[in-house]
Design a protein around this ligand. Structure first.
Ligand code: AMP
Length: 564
């Protein structure tokens, strides 16, 4: 890994509230482009950066420029020009998060398609940063509704895109209306002649930064990519985990927060999974690596920093869940597999906007990365059926089954049933926990987080699922029985293989929660715990009380909405 990536954020002379925001975002170390851009931009230098989406370029200019604004002055001090409304909004959102600890900070996005009135009002109220598309910005300049007189920095983001979309003239007109003293940062994925010409005309003695694309060989590693579409990355990953033959897998994400989140979700799906991030103490880290080596762990979710130097022969797969910042990071990541002459597999998730990184990697590694179809529902069913048959063959071969043969023989006699029927019933029982032909819902890894929740309700997870034979009515019955709540106030219930979720009115007293945690359904303790979910719809207020004496649940009123 390059020297640049070894820099720490706290070595970059960024002010405390900015560092705090970086910590809050879970960033562990600056990306190469950040390590190189932040110091000169902090020092007020102009900058010419060759970087595309995915390299961390937004933070590369936002962190230093936000460090230099005067919060007491409510006039635009930073102007960011972006080619599209989508990008403008994205940049505005990112800057807002980096400025989350700057008191009184205001940013206004300006783009075509939004009502002029709204924008005029926002600009009138005053702001520190304006992010916009050239056309609409120019409209405001013409109307005198945008005052650039105290502007200290201009950023041209994705300059090549702006050029391609025919904004060159607009961009130049805008630049000409900014004070001479302003600092300029120009970012572009490519450095074509017209881009260089703009740089020459408007940038003064710029520092040039470029992400490295050293060529490297990765011949023992087969490489595939999936373009994120239609499915969430998490769902795609769980499907890959089912169908792909892997020994151990290393999954790369960008932030510490993402390591925690993804590890929890994979654990909830029953995978032996642990995380490695900069927050993990050395002793714990060693334990995790040891467990990965000896096979008691199959999946490790890691950040680049934490996975540095990891050498475990068992790692057969590297998944780039979040794209790497540059080709060097990519090569380093996939170098964690294919060790000691073994075969390795690399899988890369790229969003459409990150496609360019994919091409850069192909160029740098001089190898094509093949598109990878995401396993379908049928692929998964086929795989489960094949595994099931294999288990049967293995058992027939390796086990002494005489006791069971007698048992089945006597059952057959007593019940006058065919052997194939008995075998079918046994097969059914055996696959209940993990259906051989799963429903789409069984495959939706993150369903409990994405299903909308009615306002006034809260979602809880309970440790009993379809595999334990639970029915929604058992859950309704148990809860209604234990707390003073008519069943109609019990909201949506979702059954999953090994757990379920139930929506209950907000504001459950601690004592009630504690009580419900210990209630048993189908012989299992509920272990009720709150899960985050998105709220929609109308309020449904109702307070829950702990109920000391047990009584029959009240069954009047409309039934709870139930789905499974
Ligand atoms: P960008 O290239 O600016 O579009 O950023 C791509 C993604 O990388 C965004 O989701 C950022 O939140 C994330 N990101 C930027 N810098 C870092 C960092 N130093 N560590 C982890 N994630 C980062």
């Amino acid at each position: 890994m390059s020297q640049a990536t070894l820099t720490q954020f706290d070595q970059l002379a960024l002010p405390e509230p900015i560092l705090q925001a970086v910590e809050h975002a879970g960033y562990e170390a600056p990306s190469p482009i950040q390590a190189e851009s932040i110091p000169p931009l902090l020092a007020g230098r102009d900058l010419l950066g060759q970087a595309q989406t995915g390299t961390g370029k937004t933070a590369a200019f936002s962190l230093p420029l936000l460090s230099r604004i005067d919060l007491g002055l409510r006039q635009p001090q930073i102007l960011v020009l972006a080619p599209t409304r989508e990008l403008a909004l994205q940049v505005a959102e990112a800057m807002q998060t980096y400025a989350r600890f700057l008191k009184g900070f205001h940013i206004v996005p300006i783009y075509g398609g939004q009502s002029m009135g709204t924008q005029l009002r926002q600009l009138e109220r005053g702001c520190h940063v304006v992010v916009g598309t050239p056309g609409r910005l120019l409209d405001h300049l013409r109307r005198d509704s945008l005052d650039l007189s105290v502007l200290s920095a201009v950023v041209l983001d994705e300059a090549d895109e702006m050029l391609r979309m025919g904004f060159l003239e607009d961009v130049e007109t805008i630049l000409q209306q900014t004070p001479d003293s302003r600092q300029v940062a120009l970012f572009s994925a490519t450095m074509s002649k017209p881009i260089k010409q703009i740089a020459q005309r408007y940038l003064q003695d710029p520092v040039e930064v470029k992400i490295k694309s050293k060529t490297a060989t990765v011949s023992t590693v087969s490489q595939r990519y999936w373009e994120v579409a239609g499915l969430h990355k998490l769902d795609a990953l769980t499907r890959i985990l089912e169908v792909e033959d892997f020994d151990a897998m290393l999954v790369f994400v960008r932030t510490k927060n993402a390591t925690t989140e993804l590890t929890e979700k994979l654990e909830a799906r029953g995978y032996a999974c642990a995380m490695l991030s900069g927050d993990i103490k050395q002793a714990q880290r060693e334990k995790t690596v040891e467990r990965l080596k000896n096979g008691s762990l199959d999946i490790v979710v890691a950040t680049d920093v934490a996975a540095r130097g990891l050498d475990v022969e068992r790692i057969s797969h590297v998944v780039n869940y979040d794209v790497p910042y540059d080709t060097e990071t990519y090569v380093h990541r996939i170098g964690r597999t294919g060790r000691a002459g073994r075969e390795g597999h690399a899988i890369l998730f790229v969003t459409p906007r990150e496609k360019r990184m994919l091409r850069s990697i192909e160029k740098a590694t001089r190898q094509p990365i093949e598109p990878m179809p995401i396993p379908t529902h049928t692929d998964i069913a086929d795989r489960r059926v094949a595994q099931f048959k294999q288990r049967l063959s293995d058992t027939l071969e390796a086990q002494d089954l005489s006791f069971f043969e007698d048992l089945i023989g006597s059952y057959q006699q007593d019940h006058d049933t065919g052997l194939s029927e008995i075998a079918a019933a046994l097969a059914f029982l055996l696959q209940q926990e993990r259906p051989l032909v799963p429903s789409e819902q069984d495959l939706a890894a993150d369903r409990q987080h994405s299903d909308p929740l009615e306002a006034g309700m809260e979602r809880y997870r309970i440790a009993v699922g379809r595999a334990h034979g639970v029915r929604p009515k058992n859950i309704v019955g148990a809860i209604a029985n234990e707390v003073d709540l008519e069943s109609r106030y019990i909201g949506r219930i979702q059954l999953y293989d090994r757990y379920s979720t139930v929506d209950l009115p907000q504001g459950m007293p601690k004592a009630t929660l504690k009580h419900l945690q210990q209630v048993e359904v189908c012989g299992r303790t509920l272990k009720l715990e709150a899960v985050p979910a998105v709220a929609v719809n109308t309020p449904k207020p109702r307070k829950l009380k702990s109920k000391k004496a047990r009584s029959k649940p009240k069954r009047k009123g409309k039934r709870s909405r139930v789905s499974s």
